[in-house]
Design a protein around this ligand. Structure first.
Ligand code: SF4
Ligand code: SF4
Length: 412
């Protein structure tokens, strides 16, 4: 696609990156067919090709409007379009650049501004979020429907192993996950312990920065990244093999630290080192197939064999391009996997999207729940706390993290 970027951006690193991305797009429109927002709204400007045009116009000097911002806001950043694109267009990078420019030129006002500020200042703080969630649970039945759906029932975490193995890996506890679903990290620690790996916590590291990054606070997100890098590098240098992600939304963001801090003379190299050490939990456990098979063999009599439907988060299948690992593990553990139609489609959770764009998010969730429950599974599993909470609000079928099923199939 021919481009003529405006003076304000053409000589910047972002401008040059945007230009290369725009030039790669051949305007074929294949991506439109797999875009969830295009499928629901049917408007070219709510699909990837239309949004690419909008961003191109803004970068070429056209003044963005609130309408431009709305079409970009409606994008889930699910990256389904990237998976589909035959030309390798890095749509998500272009969207980040476009959103930052539009944000600077079209200030948000009133409720939209307040809500974004509130989310930026509560979600990344695990302690504050835990208190808010506790209060929310107490008055759950009185909350507006959209908020009620975000307050899951309390679940216990079980016992966390305390053995120290020679093999270690680092966990990112996360900001909202420990309060919402404490059993996820505990189950991951138990399964890895059975495989002879200790999961180390770097206490107090907090949020990876994904929340602030996607709420247009890129500077604060860089600060989050530097804090985590400072906490993790000594552990990597002491021999930790990997940084394990139990939430795919965090994984996709931390894998991008090298890019996020590429212009930071102190942190650029460190960020690249940390990003290269990131592994999704499913990748780690698939890499331990032999010891896992022995453990499963020993626990065979206890295998539940429940019919299961897996929702692969966009941040796993499109963002990190990790596919098939969770399915292989569940099948190895004796679960029967139900076929799910339109697996590429986003469930509508998408970080804070389900709060900022609740109507669209609910439509997408209902489509996803219909697909997931078509085979009458006894349980739905996913790999990201946000997807789990969002899906659970739309179905009575239990929605869990897949590691909890593997943990249970290994027995006590
Ligand atoms: S599929 Fe790729 S090349 Fe085709 S319009 Fe979409 S982004 Fe552009
Ligand atoms: S990231 Fe997802 S919602 Fe956004 S344009 Fe691409 S496919 Fe559509």
């Amino acid at each position: 696609m021919e481009t003529h970027l405006a003076d304000f951006i053409k000589d910047t690193r972002a401008g040059q990156e945007a230009e290369a991305i725009l030039r790669a797009c051949v305007h074929c429109g294949f991506c439109t067919a797999t875009c969830p927002t295009y499928q629901v709204l049917g408007n070219e400007l709510d699909g990837p090709r239309g949004r690419i045009y909008l961003i191109k116009s803004v970068l070429e000097g056209e003044e963005p409007t609130a309408r431009t911002q709305l079409h970009l806001d409606r994008c889930l950043n699910c990256r389904s379009c990237e998976t589909t694109c035959p030309s390798g267009v890095q749509y998500s990078r272009l969207l980040d650049i476009g959103r930052e420019v539009v944000e600077a030129k079209v200030p948000r006002r009133g409720r939209a501004r307040l809500l974004r500020g509130l989310l930026r200042n509560t979600l990344p703080h695990a302690g504050l979020f835990g208190v808010a969630l506790g209060l929310g649970r107490m008055v759950r039945s009185l909350l507006p429907r959209v908020l009620r759906a975000k307050v899951p029932e309390q679940r216990g975490a079980g016992i966390r192993p305390s053995r120290l193995h020679p093999r270690t890996m680092i966990e990112l506890a996360g900001c909202v996950q420990p309060s919402m679903y404490p059993n996820i990290n505990a189950a991951a620690a138990r399964v890895l312990d059975r495989l002879g790996i200790t999961l180390l916590d770097a206490p107090g590291v907090g949020c990876c920065g994904a929340v602030r990054f996607h709420l247009d606070a890129v500077g604060a997100a860089r600060e989050d990244a530097r804090r985590l890098i400072d906490a993790w590098l000594p552990l990597l240098e002491a021999g930790a093999e990997a940084i394990v992600m139990t939430a795919s939304g965090c994984g996709v963001h931390v894998r991008d630290y090298g890019h996020l801090l590429q212009d930071d003379p102190v942190y650029a190299q460190k960020a690249a080192r940390v990003a290269a050490a990131v592994r999704d939990l499913s990748e780690v456990i698939v890499g331990e197939q032999e010891p896992l098979a022995r453990l499963l063999e020993g626990a065979r009599k206890d295998r539940p064999g429940t019919a299961t439907a897996f929702h692969s988060p966009c941040t796993l299948q499109h963002g990190q391009q990790v596919r098939g690992a969770v399915e292989a593990l569940l099948q190895a553990a004796g679960y029967t996997l139900r076929t799910v139609a339109d697996r590429h489609m986003c469930c509508g959770a998408a970080g804070t999207y389900s709060i900022l764009e609740p109507e669209l998010a609910e439509q997408l969730r209902d489509l996803k729940v219909t697909a997931l429950t078509a085979g009458s599974p006894g349980v739905i599993v996913s790999a990201n706390a946000g997807c789990i909470a969002h899906l659970q609000a739309g179905t009575s079928v239990p929605v869990r993290h897949w590691i909890e099923l593997i943990d249970e199939s290994l027995g006590a």
